[in-house]
Design a protein around this ligand. Sequence first.
Ligand code: GDP
Ligand code: ZN
Length: 321
Amino acid sequence: MCPAGLELSRGAGRLIGTVLETAGGLYRVHIEGEALECSVRGRLKKEGGSRVAVGDRVEVERLPDGSGRIVDVHPRASKLSRHAPSRRREQIIAANVDQVAAVVAVARPEPDRRMLDRLLAVAELNDLGAFLVINKVDLIPDQALPEELETYRSLGYPMLLTSASDGTGLDELWARLEDKVTVFSGPSGVGKSSLLNALMPGLELRVGEVGERSGRGRHTTVGALLIPLPRGGYLADTPGIQHFEPGFLDPRELETAFREMAPLKGTCRFADCRHRAEPGCAVIAAVADGRIDGRRYEGYLELLEIADQASERVIRGNSSA
Ligand code: GDP
Ligand code: ZN
């Protein structure tokens, strides 16, 4: 007689699941409604490019002791990564992400546009769809949105108005999340944990829990975590992503992070225009006549500055190596 585990892996073949979380070389894999603790087959670890990431679809063999072993990783449909210069390894935060839900509140706290713009930049740079979840609409009369949020409607980002307190908009939110892998992110205090608890009463997240698991500032964040949704799909909790700084980004790529700049591509006087103060800059002209929102443009300049400094550090670092 074979041990039960072996019989299962031979009889039923490999199981297919989704990686929920990784820690210390172990992986929690969501298979048929259960989370299975898995190791990774040695050969897979060495195949540089296909290291296992949260969100990966994987094939698993069940071992006699009841745990599992990841034996194959399916090709990724998309990934959320920090952009890396050519000489460093790309950091994949999560694989197979479908969309980014940027959560803000109408008030308490006031919308943090800087953080919102960074989150949307992450989505654009990774070619992921994005929408805004505007929570706490119970705090404003007649759902009159703060004017600064109207900018995002005109940029074409879908906006969902919700209230975790009175249930407004939760059906629409469900409809957007179902069967998708969604990065659910935003500043602390906007109601992310409250929304998830309202959507999934069994979950019982502590208030303030989502996106705050590191608690130690932006550079010591812990890894991503997928939360299975009862109607299919996953929420990706990616601590620190809203503090994104384009340290590993070519400053020339940055304009793709601001979708309103796309139509102006190639129309500045200088082909290498960074849209900072160059003569004949089409972006600066668009800001001057109101086609581009001035505060979005300031956000661009801020990220450009950070990206410039970081790439200088990389160049210096590389030449001294
Ligand atoms: P998180 O840090 O984004 O996870 O935010 P929390 O879910 O911890 O919520 C922060 C605070 O906002 C808590 O005191 C919640 O009770 C409150 N809150 C959350 N959602 C709403 C809402 O829709 N309306 C109102 N009025 N308060 C809310
Ligand atoms: Zn320009």
